[in-house]
Design a protein around this ligand. Structure first.
Ligand code: NAD
Length: 369
């Protein structure tokens, strides 16, 4: 029982309710009026998807207060947050690590909703140096989840990943697909994903688990395939493709993910809490086809394609079922691949300063042979 574990701290604006049929107490926060807006804690919001999400939510709900907690690892960049928002009373940045309970507890206690993006996120890095993946992605998630058990919020959105599934055993892959993580990154994300599931069952954590498929768009680190290809093409450098490039992914423009997360925040809570939902487009495209499309959209020759040795731990196919996201969120992706790629190319063409500072990380060191 939660109360016996001493997890509760009851504050003035909380109501303690005794459920007469079971020996458990439930703590319910009084609903904030929409007029006052919500306070959202966003972990990892200086990274790619998190910063797009913050900007999206701020534009659509300017009265929401956003607390950003980010350790600013190599993947975080506060320039991803517009100056107008940073200097706005509705935004606070907290520089800190999700594995540190003090700061996480404090910020969770000030929040109505927590959206948890913070993670080490790169498959290839996890192959060569994986301890930090388990520290951040699993232990960090445990710290955030414990903070919510101590300081209940309305909703906890856990950002998991399609990588937890491994290679597609079915076409499409629905939420019941077996979890066969194939890289340490995927294993860490699967650990965090199941940890949250267990907290829903054990502690009634008001969580929803979201499994996005491969996102792309503005502000994505050059270590990821699409920005890597675009920046190579901008510099007339080879686009290096691992293996034969035939492995395929369900590529989704990040704005579609933000739109879906907006739905997660605003659909009827009881319907989504405890659910696990994929976010994808329902189509897959091979890596080599993505590279060809980028070259075509940028008027560059296919002779820039260069095939190199394959990497271990890569899935060969990912394709999302879109049924559950449609049913529960009344959402489907809108941005087609060519439009999304065009908008992503424009970002890298127009913002060389954004990516020049991380050019040295474009090619990841890996042991040879
Ligand atoms: P990212 O690597 O661009 O950003 C991660 C952010 O987390 C960075 O700002 C970083 O500074 C921060 N961070 C890392 N360790 C931290 C720590 N210990 N404490 C606090 N902050 C920390 O990642 P992304 O691509 O934006 O992905 C965001 C989330 O979405 C991750 O959980 C990732 O697993 C998941 N996801 C991403 C994709 C994708 O295609 N990019 C697909 C599915 C799921």
């Amino acid at each position: 029982m939660l109360k016996d574990l001493g997890y509760f701290s009851v504050k003035n604006d909380w109501t303690l309710i005794y459920n007469g049929t079971e020996p458990e107490f439930f703590v319910v926060r009084e609903t904030m009026s929409e007029k006052n807006g919500k306070t959202l804690l966003v972990t990892g919001g200086a990274g790619f998807i998190g910063s797009n999400f913050i900007n999206f939510i701020h534009k659509r709900y300017p009265n929401y207060k956003i607390l950003l907690l980010d350790a600013l690892t190599y993947a975080g960049n506060l320039d991803n947050i517009p100056t107008s928002l940073k200097s706005n009373g509705h935004f606070q940045f907290h520089h800190g690590n999700i594995t540190h309970p003090d700061i996480v507890n404090k910020l969770v206690s000030e929040s109505d909703i927590v959206v948890h993006f913070a993670a080490e996120s790169h498959v290839t890095r996890s192959i060569y140096d994986n301890a930090i993946f388990f520290e951040t992605d699993v232990i960090g998630t445990q710290v955030v989840a414990n903070a919510i058990v101590n300081n209940p919020v309305e909703l906890f959105v856990h950002i998991s990943s399609s990588e937890v599934y491994g290679t597609a055993l079915t076409d499409p892959m629905d939420e019941e697909h077996p979890l066969n993580p194939m890289s340490p990154y995927a294993a860490a994300k699967a650990g965090a994903d199941r940890l949250i599931y267990s907290y829903v069952k054990t502690y009634d954590l008001p969580a929803i688990i979201i499994r996005p498929f491969n996102n792309y768009g503005p502000c994505q680190h050059l270590e990821k395939a699409i920005p890597n290809f675009i920046v190579s093409a901008l510099q007339d450098q080879p686009l290096t493709i691992h293996g034969n490039g035939e492995s395929s992914r369900d590529w989704m423009f990040v704005e579609d993910t933000c739109e879906a997360l907006d739905r997660v925040l605003h659909v009827e809570r009881d319907r989504v809490i405890g659910q696990t939902i994929n976010l994808g487009t329902g189509t897959d495209t091979s890596v080599v086809e993505i590279a060809r499309r980028i070259l075509k959209l940028m008027n560059k020759p296919e002779s820039l394609l260069q095939f190199i040795e394959d990497r271990p731990g890569q899935v060969t196919r990912h394709i999302s079922s879109v049924d559950k996201s449609h049913e529960y969120l009344d959402w489907q992706s809108k941005v087609g691949l060519d439009e999304g790629l065009k908008r992503t190319i424009e970002f890298y063409q127009n913002n060389p300063k954004w990516w020049e500072r991380i050019m040295w990380m474009k090619e990841l060191w890996a042991p040879k042979g």
